[in-house]
Design a protein around this ligand. Structure first.
Ligand SMILES: *Cc1c(COP(=O)(O)O)cnc(C)c1O
Length: 392
Protein backbone atom coordinates (compact mmCIF):
# COMPACT_ATOMS: atom_id res chain seq x y z
CA UNK A 1 0.00 0.00 0.00
CA UNK A 2 1.04 3.58 -0.59
CA UNK A 3 0.72 6.20 2.10
CA UNK A 4 -0.59 9.65 1.15
CA UNK A 5 2.48 11.58 2.12
CA UNK A 6 0.75 14.96 2.50
CA UNK A 7 2.83 16.98 0.06
CA UNK A 8 6.14 15.21 0.58
CA UNK A 9 6.01 15.24 4.36
CA UNK A 10 7.40 12.22 6.16
CA UNK A 11 5.24 10.53 8.78
CA UNK A 12 6.87 9.78 12.14
CA UNK A 13 3.70 9.54 14.22
CA UNK A 14 2.51 5.92 14.01
CA UNK A 15 1.86 5.97 17.75
CA UNK A 16 -0.88 8.57 17.17
CA UNK A 17 -2.47 6.63 14.35
CA UNK A 18 -1.65 4.43 11.39
CA UNK A 19 -3.05 4.51 7.84
CA UNK A 20 -5.79 1.96 7.26
CA UNK A 21 -4.43 -0.97 5.26
CA UNK A 22 -6.16 -1.10 1.83
CA UNK A 23 -6.65 -4.86 2.30
CA UNK A 24 -8.69 -3.99 5.39
CA UNK A 25 -10.65 -1.35 3.45
CA UNK A 26 -11.41 -3.92 0.73
CA UNK A 27 -12.69 -6.38 3.28
CA UNK A 28 -14.92 -3.73 4.89
CA UNK A 29 -16.43 -2.27 1.72
CA UNK A 30 -19.24 -4.78 1.01
CA UNK A 31 -20.63 -4.23 4.51
CA UNK A 32 -21.51 -0.59 3.95
CA UNK A 33 -24.05 -0.80 1.12
CA UNK A 34 -24.30 -4.40 -0.03
CA UNK A 35 -24.52 -6.52 3.13
CA UNK A 36 -26.13 -3.70 5.07
CA UNK A 37 -28.46 -5.73 7.28
CA UNK A 38 -28.82 -5.26 11.01
CA UNK A 39 -27.17 -8.26 12.69
CA UNK A 40 -30.04 -8.36 15.19
CA UNK A 41 -32.64 -8.97 12.44
CA UNK A 42 -34.01 -12.47 11.91
CA UNK A 43 -34.18 -12.33 8.10
CA UNK A 44 -31.38 -13.23 5.72
CA UNK A 45 -30.10 -9.63 5.40
CA UNK A 46 -29.59 -9.65 9.15
CA UNK A 47 -28.11 -13.12 9.16
CA UNK A 48 -25.53 -12.12 6.56
CA UNK A 49 -24.35 -9.24 8.73
CA UNK A 50 -24.52 -11.31 11.90
CA UNK A 51 -22.32 -13.95 10.31
CA UNK A 52 -19.68 -11.29 9.53
CA UNK A 53 -19.75 -9.97 13.10
CA UNK A 54 -19.47 -13.44 14.64
CA UNK A 55 -16.72 -14.50 12.25
CA UNK A 56 -14.81 -11.35 13.25
CA UNK A 57 -15.35 -12.13 16.92
CA UNK A 58 -13.98 -15.62 16.35
CA UNK A 59 -10.86 -14.22 14.65
CA UNK A 60 -10.18 -11.77 17.48
CA UNK A 61 -10.81 -14.37 20.18
CA UNK A 62 -8.35 -16.81 18.59
CA UNK A 63 -5.63 -14.13 18.52
CA UNK A 64 -6.28 -13.20 22.15
CA UNK A 65 -6.54 -16.87 23.16
CA UNK A 66 -9.96 -16.50 24.75
CA UNK A 67 -13.47 -17.65 23.96
CA UNK A 68 -15.76 -15.76 21.56
CA UNK A 69 -18.08 -14.54 24.30
CA UNK A 70 -15.20 -12.75 26.03
CA UNK A 71 -14.85 -10.26 23.15
CA UNK A 72 -16.87 -7.03 23.25
CA UNK A 73 -16.75 -4.71 20.23
CA UNK A 74 -16.70 -1.00 21.11
CA UNK A 75 -16.27 2.30 19.27
CA UNK A 76 -12.58 2.84 20.15
CA UNK A 77 -9.78 2.13 22.59
CA UNK A 78 -11.01 4.98 24.75
CA UNK A 79 -14.46 3.43 25.06
CA UNK A 80 -12.92 0.07 25.94
CA UNK A 81 -10.92 1.75 28.73
CA UNK A 82 -14.06 3.51 29.98
CA UNK A 83 -16.14 0.34 29.94
CA UNK A 84 -13.45 -1.66 31.71
CA UNK A 85 -12.77 0.84 34.46
CA UNK A 86 -16.28 2.16 35.11
CA UNK A 87 -17.86 -1.22 34.51
CA UNK A 88 -15.59 -3.05 36.95
CA UNK A 89 -15.62 -0.26 39.55
CA UNK A 90 -19.44 -0.07 39.68
CA UNK A 91 -19.78 -3.85 39.70
CA UNK A 92 -17.28 -4.31 42.51
CA UNK A 93 -18.99 -1.58 44.54
CA UNK A 94 -22.37 -3.28 44.08
CA UNK A 95 -21.03 -6.76 44.82
CA UNK A 96 -18.77 -6.06 47.79
CA UNK A 97 -18.66 -2.37 48.57
CA UNK A 98 -15.20 -1.97 47.03
CA UNK A 99 -14.34 1.71 46.55
CA UNK A 100 -10.60 1.78 45.94
CA UNK A 101 -9.11 2.11 42.43
CA UNK A 102 -5.43 1.52 41.79
CA UNK A 103 -3.86 2.89 38.59
CA UNK A 104 -0.43 3.89 37.41
CA UNK A 105 0.39 7.60 36.99
CA UNK A 106 1.46 6.95 33.38
CA UNK A 107 -1.95 5.91 32.04
CA UNK A 108 -3.45 7.33 28.86
CA UNK A 109 -6.04 10.06 29.50
CA UNK A 110 -8.75 7.52 28.65
CA UNK A 111 -7.94 5.74 31.92
CA UNK A 112 -6.64 8.71 33.92
CA UNK A 113 -9.65 10.96 33.34
CA UNK A 114 -12.10 8.10 33.78
CA UNK A 115 -10.57 7.30 37.17
CA UNK A 116 -10.64 11.00 37.99
CA UNK A 117 -14.36 11.19 37.25
CA UNK A 118 -15.02 8.03 39.28
CA UNK A 119 -13.35 9.87 42.17
CA UNK A 120 -14.95 13.29 41.65
CA UNK A 121 -18.54 12.27 40.91
CA UNK A 122 -18.88 8.77 42.29
CA UNK A 123 -16.74 8.97 45.40
CA UNK A 124 -14.21 6.27 44.57
CA UNK A 125 -10.78 6.60 46.13
CA UNK A 126 -8.14 6.62 43.39
CA UNK A 127 -4.59 5.77 44.36
CA UNK A 128 -1.52 5.91 42.12
CA UNK A 129 1.07 3.17 41.98
CA UNK A 130 4.69 4.27 42.08
CA UNK A 131 6.71 4.07 38.86
CA UNK A 132 10.47 4.12 38.32
CA UNK A 133 12.31 6.68 36.18
CA UNK A 134 11.35 4.73 33.08
CA UNK A 135 7.65 4.83 33.94
CA UNK A 136 7.51 1.14 34.81
CA UNK A 137 5.38 -0.35 37.62
CA UNK A 138 6.97 -2.88 39.99
CA UNK A 139 4.62 -5.83 40.73
CA UNK A 140 5.80 -5.79 44.36
CA UNK A 141 4.37 -2.29 44.70
CA UNK A 142 1.03 -3.55 43.41
CA UNK A 143 1.13 -6.24 46.09
CA UNK A 144 1.82 -3.59 48.76
CA UNK A 145 -0.93 -1.22 47.58
CA UNK A 146 -3.71 -3.77 47.05
CA UNK A 147 -6.47 -3.58 49.66
CA UNK A 148 -9.47 -5.71 50.50
CA UNK A 149 -11.67 -2.95 49.09
CA UNK A 150 -9.73 -2.51 45.84
CA UNK A 151 -12.30 -2.60 43.04
CA UNK A 152 -10.03 -2.64 40.00
CA UNK A 153 -6.37 -2.25 39.07
CA UNK A 154 -5.36 -0.69 35.74
CA UNK A 155 -1.84 -0.53 34.31
CA UNK A 156 -1.00 0.45 30.74
CA UNK A 157 0.74 -2.34 28.75
CA UNK A 158 2.99 -0.09 26.63
CA UNK A 159 3.04 3.63 27.25
CA UNK A 160 2.13 5.85 24.32
CA UNK A 161 4.33 8.78 25.32
CA UNK A 162 7.55 7.07 26.38
CA UNK A 163 7.19 3.57 24.94
CA UNK A 164 8.03 1.65 28.15
CA UNK A 165 6.54 -1.80 28.54
CA UNK A 166 5.06 -2.86 31.88
CA UNK A 167 5.38 -6.38 33.36
CA UNK A 168 1.68 -7.06 32.81
CA UNK A 169 1.86 -10.80 33.39
CA UNK A 170 3.48 -10.44 36.84
CA UNK A 171 1.14 -7.63 37.89
CA UNK A 172 -1.77 -9.75 36.73
CA UNK A 173 -0.56 -12.68 38.81
CA UNK A 174 -0.52 -10.48 41.92
CA UNK A 175 -4.04 -9.23 41.27
CA UNK A 176 -5.33 -12.73 40.53
CA UNK A 177 -3.96 -14.11 43.79
CA UNK A 178 -6.01 -11.44 45.59
CA UNK A 179 -9.06 -11.89 43.38
CA UNK A 180 -9.03 -8.27 42.19
CA UNK A 181 -10.01 -7.51 38.55
CA UNK A 182 -7.02 -6.36 36.50
CA UNK A 183 -7.30 -4.21 33.37
CA UNK A 184 -4.59 -3.31 30.92
CA UNK A 185 -4.77 -0.65 28.21
CA UNK A 186 -3.09 -2.52 25.35
CA UNK A 187 -3.98 0.03 22.67
CA UNK A 188 -0.38 1.04 21.99
CA UNK A 189 0.92 -2.52 22.43
CA UNK A 190 -1.49 -4.03 19.91
CA UNK A 191 0.79 -3.74 16.88
CA UNK A 192 3.89 -5.24 18.50
CA UNK A 193 3.38 -7.30 21.66
CA UNK A 194 1.66 -10.54 22.56
CA UNK A 195 -2.06 -10.21 23.19
CA UNK A 196 -2.44 -13.68 24.70
CA UNK A 197 -4.70 -12.95 27.68
CA UNK A 198 -3.76 -16.21 29.41
CA UNK A 199 -0.04 -15.42 29.33
CA UNK A 200 -0.80 -11.85 30.39
CA UNK A 201 -2.99 -12.81 33.38
CA UNK A 202 -5.43 -10.03 32.58
CA UNK A 203 -9.19 -9.89 33.20
CA UNK A 204 -9.85 -6.87 30.98
CA UNK A 205 -7.81 -5.69 27.99
CA UNK A 206 -8.45 -2.75 25.63
CA UNK A 207 -7.54 -2.45 21.94
CA UNK A 208 -8.17 0.17 19.26
CA UNK A 209 -7.98 -0.70 15.55
CA UNK A 210 -6.39 2.47 14.21
CA UNK A 211 -3.13 1.78 16.05
CA UNK A 212 -2.58 -1.40 14.00
CA UNK A 213 -3.55 -0.33 10.47
CA UNK A 214 -7.28 -0.74 11.03
CA UNK A 215 -10.02 1.87 10.75
CA UNK A 216 -10.62 4.62 13.31
CA UNK A 217 -13.75 4.34 15.43
CA UNK A 218 -13.67 0.71 16.50
CA UNK A 219 -12.17 -1.09 19.47
CA UNK A 220 -12.27 -4.30 21.44
CA UNK A 221 -12.61 -5.00 25.12
CA UNK A 222 -11.60 -8.46 26.27
CA UNK A 223 -13.62 -9.30 29.38
CA UNK A 224 -12.94 -12.54 31.15
CA UNK A 225 -16.13 -14.52 31.64
CA UNK A 226 -15.58 -14.72 35.38
CA UNK A 227 -15.14 -10.94 35.65
CA UNK A 228 -18.43 -9.09 35.95
CA UNK A 229 -18.94 -5.53 34.79
CA UNK A 230 -21.87 -3.13 34.77
CA UNK A 231 -22.69 -1.98 31.22
CA UNK A 232 -22.06 1.72 30.63
CA UNK A 233 -24.11 2.08 27.46
CA UNK A 234 -27.57 0.65 28.02
CA UNK A 235 -30.19 -0.24 25.41
CA UNK A 236 -30.53 -3.37 23.30
CA UNK A 237 -28.98 -6.74 24.04
CA UNK A 238 -25.98 -6.49 21.72
CA UNK A 239 -22.51 -7.65 22.79
CA UNK A 240 -23.84 -10.03 25.47
CA UNK A 241 -25.70 -7.04 27.00
CA UNK A 242 -22.43 -5.30 27.86
CA UNK A 243 -22.49 -2.73 25.05
CA UNK A 244 -25.82 -1.76 23.54
CA UNK A 245 -26.18 -0.26 20.07
CA UNK A 246 -26.54 -1.63 16.54
CA UNK A 247 -23.28 -3.24 15.51
CA UNK A 248 -20.99 -1.22 13.28
CA UNK A 249 -20.58 -4.19 10.94
CA UNK A 250 -17.99 -2.79 8.48
CA UNK A 251 -15.74 -1.51 11.26
CA UNK A 252 -16.03 -4.74 13.23
CA UNK A 253 -15.01 -6.65 10.09
CA UNK A 254 -12.19 -4.11 9.75
CA UNK A 255 -10.73 -4.51 13.23
CA UNK A 256 -10.65 -8.30 12.95
CA UNK A 257 -8.96 -8.22 9.53
CA UNK A 258 -6.48 -5.56 10.69
CA UNK A 259 -5.57 -7.59 13.77
CA UNK A 260 -5.16 -10.77 11.71
CA UNK A 261 -2.87 -9.07 9.17
CA UNK A 262 -0.99 -7.20 11.88
CA UNK A 263 -0.16 -10.40 13.72
CA UNK A 264 0.88 -12.10 10.48
CA UNK A 265 3.23 -9.23 9.61
CA UNK A 266 4.39 -8.42 13.13
CA UNK A 267 7.87 -9.94 13.01
CA UNK A 268 8.66 -8.36 9.63
CA UNK A 269 7.48 -4.99 10.90
CA UNK A 270 9.63 -5.31 14.00
CA UNK A 271 12.66 -6.20 11.85
CA UNK A 272 12.03 -3.06 9.82
CA UNK A 273 11.50 -0.52 12.63
CA UNK A 274 13.78 -1.70 15.43
CA UNK A 275 17.11 -0.92 13.73
CA UNK A 276 15.75 2.48 12.66
CA UNK A 277 14.64 3.19 16.22
CA UNK A 278 18.05 2.16 17.58
CA UNK A 279 19.76 4.43 15.08
CA UNK A 280 17.52 7.37 16.04
CA UNK A 281 18.26 6.86 19.74
CA UNK A 282 21.99 6.40 19.32
CA UNK A 283 22.58 9.34 17.02
CA UNK A 284 20.23 11.81 18.73
CA UNK A 285 21.72 11.13 22.16
CA UNK A 286 25.29 11.41 20.87
CA UNK A 287 24.87 14.41 18.58
CA UNK A 288 22.58 16.73 20.55
CA UNK A 289 23.79 18.06 23.93
CA UNK A 290 21.50 18.15 26.98
CA UNK A 291 19.25 15.43 25.62
CA UNK A 292 17.66 12.53 27.47
CA UNK A 293 15.89 9.44 26.24
CA UNK A 294 12.51 9.11 27.96
CA UNK A 295 11.27 5.63 28.82
CA UNK A 296 13.27 2.45 29.08
CA UNK A 297 16.28 2.05 26.75
CA UNK A 298 15.58 -1.63 25.97
CA UNK A 299 12.24 -2.58 27.43
CA UNK A 300 10.28 -0.34 25.06
CA UNK A 301 8.16 -0.58 21.92
CA UNK A 302 10.35 -1.44 18.90
CA UNK A 303 9.00 1.51 16.87
CA UNK A 304 9.21 4.14 19.59
CA UNK A 305 11.92 6.73 20.27
CA UNK A 306 11.17 9.58 22.67
CA UNK A 307 13.34 12.35 24.02
CA UNK A 308 13.44 15.53 26.04
CA UNK A 309 15.67 18.44 25.10
CA UNK A 310 16.50 20.86 27.90
CA UNK A 311 15.34 24.42 27.31
CA UNK A 312 13.42 23.74 24.10
CA UNK A 313 9.73 24.55 23.51
CA UNK A 314 8.36 21.19 22.38
CA UNK A 315 5.32 22.57 20.55
CA UNK A 316 7.53 25.04 18.72
CA UNK A 317 9.85 22.20 17.76
CA UNK A 318 6.92 20.22 16.31
CA UNK A 319 5.79 23.17 14.19
CA UNK A 320 9.29 23.79 12.86
CA UNK A 321 9.73 20.07 12.12
CA UNK A 322 6.41 20.03 10.27
CA UNK A 323 7.45 23.01 8.17
CA UNK A 324 10.59 21.06 7.21
CA UNK A 325 8.49 18.05 6.25
CA UNK A 326 8.62 15.84 9.36
CA UNK A 327 5.39 14.88 11.17
CA UNK A 328 6.38 14.06 14.77
CA UNK A 329 4.68 14.39 18.14
CA UNK A 330 5.37 15.54 21.65
CA UNK A 331 4.08 12.18 22.89
CA UNK A 332 0.68 13.14 24.14
CA UNK A 333 -1.88 14.05 21.50
CA UNK A 334 -3.88 16.36 23.72
CA UNK A 335 -1.36 18.99 24.67
CA UNK A 336 -1.61 21.67 22.00
CA UNK A 337 -1.64 25.08 23.65
CA UNK A 338 -1.22 23.58 27.10
CA UNK A 339 1.74 25.12 28.94
CA UNK A 340 1.80 22.33 31.56
CA UNK A 341 4.21 19.44 31.14
CA UNK A 342 2.57 16.05 30.60
CA UNK A 343 1.60 13.97 33.64
CA UNK A 344 3.69 11.09 32.34
CA UNK A 345 6.91 13.09 32.04
CA UNK A 346 6.28 14.62 35.47
CA UNK A 347 5.67 11.15 36.92
CA UNK A 348 9.07 9.94 35.73
CA UNK A 349 10.70 12.80 37.59
CA UNK A 350 11.46 15.35 34.87
CA UNK A 351 11.20 19.02 35.83
CA UNK A 352 9.39 21.40 33.43
CA UNK A 353 12.63 22.76 31.97
CA UNK A 354 13.14 19.31 30.46
CA UNK A 355 9.58 18.00 30.21
CA UNK A 356 8.30 20.86 28.05
CA UNK A 357 10.86 19.96 25.39
CA UNK A 358 9.61 16.49 24.49
CA UNK A 359 9.72 14.79 21.11
CA UNK A 360 8.26 11.42 20.13
CA UNK A 361 9.35 9.76 16.90
CA UNK A 362 7.32 6.65 16.15
CA UNK A 363 7.92 4.39 13.18
CA UNK A 364 5.79 2.02 11.15
CA UNK A 365 5.08 0.20 7.92
CA UNK A 366 6.38 2.95 5.59
CA UNK A 367 9.42 4.02 7.55
CA UNK A 368 12.80 3.60 5.89
CA UNK A 369 16.46 4.40 6.37
CA UNK A 370 16.47 7.30 3.90
CA UNK A 371 13.69 9.22 5.67
CA UNK A 372 15.11 8.43 9.10
CA UNK A 373 18.54 9.69 8.08
CA UNK A 374 17.00 12.81 6.62
CA UNK A 375 15.47 13.63 10.01
CA UNK A 376 18.74 12.83 11.78
CA UNK A 377 20.61 15.17 9.44
CA UNK A 378 18.38 18.12 10.28
CA UNK A 379 17.42 17.68 13.93
CA UNK A 380 20.66 18.76 15.70
CA UNK A 381 20.83 22.18 14.03
CA UNK A 382 17.10 22.71 14.50
CA UNK A 383 17.39 22.07 18.24
CA UNK A 384 20.39 24.38 18.41
CA UNK A 385 18.55 27.21 16.67
CA UNK A 386 15.49 26.80 18.91
CA UNK A 387 17.69 26.94 22.01
CA UNK A 388 19.13 30.24 20.82
CA UNK A 389 15.59 31.61 20.75
CA UNK A 390 15.00 30.72 24.40
CA UNK A 391 16.99 33.02 26.69
CA UNK A 392 18.58 31.29 29.70
C1 LIG B 1 -4.46 5.69 21.24
C2 LIG B 1 -4.53 5.22 22.64
C3 LIG B 1 -5.76 5.17 23.33
C4 LIG B 1 -7.05 5.66 22.71
O1 LIG B 1 -7.51 4.82 21.71
P1 LIG B 1 -8.60 5.37 20.66
O2 LIG B 1 -8.96 4.16 19.85
O3 LIG B 1 -7.91 6.42 19.87
O4 LIG B 1 -9.73 5.91 21.45
C5 LIG B 1 -5.78 4.67 24.61
N1 LIG B 1 -4.65 4.24 25.21
C6 LIG B 1 -3.45 4.27 24.58
C7 LIG B 1 -2.25 3.74 25.30
C8 LIG B 1 -3.35 4.76 23.28
O5 LIG B 1 -2.16 4.79 22.67
Amino acid sequence: MKINNAGGKIYFDYAATTPCDPRVVDKMMPYFSQHFGNPSSIHSFGQMADYAVEESRQTVSEILNCSFDEIIFTSCGTESDNLALRGAAFQQRLARDANHILISPVEHHAVLNTAQQLADIHGFEVEFLPVDNFGIVNPDDVKKKLRKDTAVVSVVYANNEIGSINPISSIGAVCRSHNIPFHTDAVQAGAFLTLNVEDLNVDLLSLGAHKFYGPKGVGVLFKRKSTSIVPIQSGGGQEFKFRAGTHNVPLIVGIAEALRISLFEQSNRIDLVRPLRDRLIEIILSSIPETKLTGHPINRLPNHASFVFKGVDGNHLLMVLDSRGFACSSGSACRVGDPHPSEVLTAIGLDPEWALGSLRISLGAFSNLHDTQSLLDKLPSLIQSLRKLTPE
